[in-house]
Ligand binder design. Sequence first.
Ligand code: HEC
Length: 105
Amino acid sequence: MKHLLLAFPGWLVTAALAQDVPALYQGADLKLGEKLIAENQCDACHIRNVGGDGNAIYRPAGRVSSLGLLRGQVEACNTTLNLAFFPEEVNSVAAVLNRDHYRFK
Ligand code: HEC
């Protein structure tokens, strides 16, 4: 599959990103995750809480210390904030946060 994608230059980025999805988050759509994070004011609210670019809210060494807990936290936000994400959307958001901040294997 990866080799197939690499055959098309336009898919290079997609192929590179696909490697950033751990097995537990199989099927995650990173582009969808990025879109959902942008559309649901995650950063805006986190900035209000921690300042800066809001990324200090993501603490890999804290309570959220594994892939399972990270996805659970996104699911909890989903419920609390009434975002009505589908499971695959929660999975995709968690995958983006893991790629950019937590980097759990
Ligand atoms: C209304 C404000 C608000 C919005 C909107 C919000 N969050 Fe949060 N989020 C928080 C607060 C406050 C915390 C810190 C909670 C704590 O430390 O117990 C937090 C913590 C988190 C954490 C855990 C950080 C860690 O490592 O402990 C994750 C993951 C997270 N948010 C994801 C999201 C995502 C994804 C979205 C958008 C879909 C989102 N949040 C939208 C307020 C918000």
